[in-house]
Design a protein around this ligand. Structure first.
Ligand SMILES: [Zn+2]
Length: 471
């Protein structure tokens, strides 16, 4: 029996899908305007573990993830700059090229961490029509109103708005008078933002219009004559939240099993998704909400200004195997904040190397260790208790079972852990940063020392690789 913490009920619950053994999962994917760092990637490893554990329990998983390539503003309050436009300016590329560049960086990072992404990632810009349809449905049902800068969802018309966040709407106001712009309630949010000429709002690289049968895209030709006069005031772009409702329901149906995201999505993004989806369909949107906790670096929030912003490629440049980062992630429960340190990563690399060494030393895989397999399954099924699963794994590795039995069981565990033990080539040994700390002047000396130990040193585009010499 698989149990998972459901943010909707604030309880660890037995997982029972709507239509067993099928499971539909939607994960909020990255906004592709800048580099995805190791904090983001922790979340996607968390999703990967959830999916692998479901498959381990013989569920048939349909996993959907979106790529946000439009509409995400820097502030959750529907103000601030457009993240995509900002990224485009920063890197001197078009919005469309920024999206491509950082989607690739995300996919490369995911591959390096053995994350299995869905084959077809859903791009928000490919589902503009579906988003417009959903907004129209909400308009027809009376859940929307227009302001000078957009079409908004009226949360006062949806009494269950706070069911996920459990916020007190009075406390939210905090007794202070807040400038709501044209919004009626503090929790109202934009479904569509205008950027049209009549409103005098800034034009964008990505724009569409809606209403009428002639809805379409304006972004490439910027040709106003292609937009019927009566629709020109609708020219603009979708709000961020509407894309996830439109795409998840398009792919998985109006009600589905699991929706994942970071804990930062609870109060606004996922609350908005629930409101607009359930208002449109009248059906429960999602059965289980799963939220992942954050990562800090050396007990501080990661940020470029603090110089503690790291990507998976940075980890590799320092000589670490990206899978040592996966190992490190697994050592902290997904609902606990994780503190990343280089020392801890070195520890994870050492543990992973040791595990690989043990695995390689065992003979052919035969019948597994039933007792440990049972305990491993209990751990992963207990709200994804991977730290416990790892400790069961090490207990088995150190046990007196024959190597052939341990090998069989470890291969099974690796369906979830995905350290890639079966594929790993034992002659390739990565040397952690520690050994290379001497800098360039010391490099040759260290190289000689390493070669004396029976390895060759190779400089590759991703950093120094150490290979064992065949003697
Ligand atoms: Zn989302």
């Amino acid at each position: 029996m698989f149990k998972i913490y459901n943010t909707l009920t604030r309880k660890v619950e037995e997982f029972i899908p709507i239509n067993p053994p099928n499971v539909g999962i939607y994960s909020c994917g990255p906004t592709v305007y800048d580099y995805q760092h190791i904090g983001h990637m922790r979340r996607y490893v968390g999703d990967d573990l959830l999916i692998r554990v479901l498959k381990f329990n013989n569920f048939k998983v349909h996993h959907v993830m979106n790529i946000t390539d439009v509409g995400h503003l820097t502030s959750d309050a529907d103000t601030g700059e457009d993240k995509m436009e900002k990224g485009a300016e920063k890197y001197g590329l078009s919005v469309w090229d920024i999206a491509k560049k950082f989607e690739k960086q995300f996919i490369d990072s995911a591959k390096a961490l053995n994350i299995e992404l869905p084959k077809d990632l859903m791009h928000a810009t490919d589902f503009i029509d579906e988003q417009i349809e959903l907004i129209k449905k909400l308009e027809e049902k009376g859940f929307t109103y227009k302001t000078a800068d957009g079409i908004y969802f009226d949360t006062s018309r949806f009494p269950d708005y706070f069911k996920l966040s459990r916020q007190n709407p009075e406390e939210l106001k905090g007794g202070v008078r807040i400038d709501l712009g044209g919004k009626k309630n503090i929790s109202d949010f934009a479904l569509w933002k205008f950027s049209s000429e009549p409103s005098g709002l800034p034009r964008r690289q990505m724009e569409w219009w809606f209403e009428g049968p002639l809805k379409g895209e304006l972004s490439t030709q910027k040709n106003w004559s292609s937009v019927p006069v009566q629709y020109r005031e609708t020219v603009g772009f979708p709000g961020w939240h509407i894309e996830c409702s439109a795409m998840s329901m398009e792919a998985l149906g109006e009600s589905f099993d699991i929706h994942t995201g970071g804990i930062d999505h609870i109060n606004i993004h996922h609350s908005n998704e629930i409101a607009q989806s359930e208002a449109a369909t009248g059906k429960p949107f999602v059965k289980y909400f799963v939220h992942h906790a954050f990562l800090q670096v050396e007990s501080e929030k990661m940020s470029k200004s603090l110089g503690n912003f790291y990507t998976v490629a940075d980890i590799e440049k320092k000589g670490f195997d990206p899978l040592s980062l996966r190992y490190l992630y697994l050592q902290t429960h997904y609902r606990q904040e994780m503190n990343f340190t280089w020392e801890a990563l070195e520890g994870a690399q050492t543990a992973l190397n040791k595990l690989r060494g043990e695995f390689a030393s065992w003979g052919e895989a035969k019948v597994g260790c039933a007792e440990f397999e049972q305990r491993f399954k209990e751990a992963i099924n207990d709200d994804l208790n991977l730290p416990e699963a790892l400790s069961v794994m090490w207990e088995m590795v150190r046990s007196n079972y024959p190597g052939s039995a341990k090998k069989r069981s470890l291969l099974k565990f690796d369906e979830v852990l995905r350290f890639g033990l079966a594929e790993f080539k034992p002659e390739k040994v990565e040397v952690p940063d520690k050994r290379k700390k001497g800098g360039f002047s010391e490099a040759d000396k260290i190289r000689v020392q390493i070669e004396e130990l029976g390895f060759t040193v190779e400089d590759t585009p991703t950093g120094t690789k150490i290979k064992k010499l065949n003697r």
